[in-house]
Design a protein around this ligand. Structure first.
Ligand code: B12
Ligand code: SF4
Ligand code: SF4
Length: 506
């Protein structure tokens, strides 16, 4: 069964029990996927997760002719597809094109063909031609490294009452804020088997995205914006997702079973699972810290119906350190190992759609998309090297972008500038809101002409942020004069409030 679609958070489930979510999704901007070689049309979208069911129940299929030779061509659309052994290997290359065409690294085909050559694993192959668990795990690690994953370990998919309880406490305190998707189906989020009863092993993958240079030099330059390290080039979801699928296909081809892949695409708690698999431990900043890569590791998950031998979990190496807690500019850690996202700059600048709480705007400084302060403070980063994935390496124009340019972006210019970037997903208005807050924090009255233009912006979100920035940069008289010109014509309640409050609480 190969519904080779990926659904982003917020998209509606295409079938029951398929309520999935991705952190950085935007339901308005679905990507086209490809199925059966036919590009999907605009408006079509991918299903909740990739599911590839290999003929684990029918190993004899391994000895049949390759699937693409058995099936009449040209049907397109979703197909039923059972793959195993050499047949599956033969299919591996064409199916790289099914999703995210153009984003799949080109190194697979030859390796995939070698996978099927049965060149070295004779002793490990049972009668079905499929690898046994230990050999399958070895194959998995080798293939993961070839595909560019820096870490690959396996966890058993057992439930964790402790996780469920912590998640419940988090949700009960309302810490998810406006991320409603985080509160949906907590029982499935806390237990991989509730999400997919057939899962027998959870493979956790890490991709190092350590910055090559001092990534925060722009924090000291108030005329520039700071984009968090993860968002300075291509969207990691897209980069990792394609590789996870290739890895799953390769595993299924050699060892059978079905698989699903996740990178922020489902109610999966990736950090605790990665800690259980031994990729690292959940640090006091709540993210996974690795001995090898510090805090700079993206996570992805591959669930499989194969029984694979689990790795040992990693233990906590935070000790008495609290560098991350002290580094937070908005005091988002109510306690070690706990975050209140509603105070986190990452949540405020990326996830939160409306006006940002006035009390937190100053702490945002010139961070215009996400925040890395707690990650950057971690002493374990000293063992980290720069990430090797070029698609994630910083774009020059995002190292220290000029706020003056960004504040003038209209929708078309925004889309053009951030095509392929995760930043595109928050849309022009939310982005310019962030830029205006950074301008308000700059202390630079040179921005006043730009603010004057944004006071008449078509977006109330942008106008409100411009009013706040004006209150911070203009003299009281100049602010009063602008208020006299604009307030009477303003029909948005939030913007009117900004005009009324002026510099009162800032
Ligand atoms: C929602 C979300 C956010 C939210 C909430 C953050 C959070 N910490 O939960 C916001 C928008 C703030 C956010 C920000 C960021 N995110 Co985020 N985010 C997610 C997402 C989609 C879900 C996380 C989740 O389930 N949160 C819910 C809460 C309940 O989970 P929790 O933090 O693990 O909370 C637990 C702890 O508090 C723990 N706990 C409580 N007491 C104790 C005591 C001890 C001893 C221990 C060990 C644990 C513990 O129990 C809680 C429940 O399990 C994941 C992807 C995924 N599906 O997992 C990415 C993910 C966590 N994000 C990621 C990244 C990179 C970021 C940012 C760095 C991006 C940026 N530069 O702006 C920041 C970092 C901010 C931070 N300090 O966490 C990466 C982290 C990679 C890693 N190495 O861990 C992930 C895994 C995405 C990915 N696939 O790589 N994110
Ligand atoms: S990402 Fe920034 S704002 Fe969020 S918890 Fe870490 S340091 Fe605080
Ligand atoms: S900065 Fe210190 S406390 Fe925070 S995660 Fe790193 S080691 Fe742990």
């Amino acid at each position: 069964m190969v519904p080779a679609e990926i659904r982003r958070r917020g998209d509606r489930p295409s079938r029951p029990r398929a309520h999935l979510q991705a952190r950085h999704a935007d339901r308005a901007r679905r990507r086209c996927a490809r199925i059966g070689g036919a590009a999907r049309r605009a408006g079509q979208h991918a299903p909740p997760y990739a599911l590839y069911r290999i003929s684990d129940r029918h190993p004899e299929l391994a000895r049949r002719r390759p699937h693409h030779l058995r099936r009449p061509r040209g049907r397109g659309g979703a197909v039923v597809c059972r793959l195993s052994g050499r047949g599956a290997v033969g299919r591996e290359r064409p199916r790289q094109d099914l999703v995210c065409a153009g984003e799949v690294p080109p190194l697979v085909p030859s390796a995939a063909r070698r996978d099927g050559a049965r060149h070295a694993a004779g002793a490990e192959l049972p009668g079905s031609g499929l690898l046994k668990p230990a050999a399958a795990a070895a194959h998995l690690r080798r293939r993961a490294a070839e595909l560019g994953f820096d870490s690959c370990r396996i966890a058993a998919p057992q439930s964790s009452p402790e996780q469920a309880e912590r998640l419940a406490t988090f949700l009960a305190a309302g810490r998810h804020g406006t991320m409603d998707w985080l509160a949906e189906e907590p029982e499935r989020r806390a237990d991989p088997r509730a999400l997919w009863p057939e899962v027998r092993a959870v493979v956790m993958l890490g991709v190092n995205y350590g910055p090559a240079a001092d990534a925060w030099a722009a924090l000291a330059r108030p005329e520039c914006g700071v984009v968090s390290v993860y968002a300075r080039n291509r969207d990691y979801h897209d980069v990792i997702k394609g590789r996870l699928k290739m890895l799953g296909q390769s595993l299924a081809a050699r060892a059978g079973g079905s698989f699903k892949v996740f990178v922020d695409t489902a109610p999966v708690m990736e950090k605790p699972l990665a800690a259980r698999a031994g990729l690292g431990w959940q640090g006091k900043h709540t993210n996974l810290v690795s001995r090898d890569f510090g805090s700079w590791l993206f996570l992805g998950a591959l669930f499989t119906t194969l029984e694979l031998p689990p790795d040992a979990p990693e233990s906590d190496h935070c000790g008495r350190c609290r560098a991350c807690l002290d580094a937070c500019p908005t005091d988002a850690f109510p306690a070690p190992y706990q975050i209140d996202p509603r105070r986190c700059v990452s949540y405020l600048t990326i996830e939160h759609k409306g006006p940002i709480d006035r009390a937190l705007r100053r702490g945002i400084g010139n961070r215009i998309y996400g925040c890395d302060d707690c990650l950057a403070a971690c002493p374990w980063n000293k063992f980290a090297e720069a990430g090797r994935e070029t698609k994630l390496a910083a774009r020059d124009d995002l190292a220290a972008p000029a706020l003056a340019d960004l504040a003038e972006l209209d929708d078309a210019a925004f889309r053009a500038r951030f095509s392929g970037s995760p930043i595109k997903r928050i849309g022009r208005d939310r982005f310019v809101r962030n830029v205006l807050i950074a301008i308000g924090n700059s202390g630079d009255a040179g921005f006043l002409p730009i603010l004057a233009r944004r006071l008449g912006d078509g977006s109330a979100l942008v106008r409100g942020a411009a009013v706040w920035a004006l209150a911070r940069l203009a003299t009281p008289d100049a602010f009063d004069a602008a208020r006299a010109r604009h307030l009477a014509a303003e029909n948005d309640a939030n913007v009117r409030d900004e005009w009324r409050l002026g510099a009162d609480d800032i």
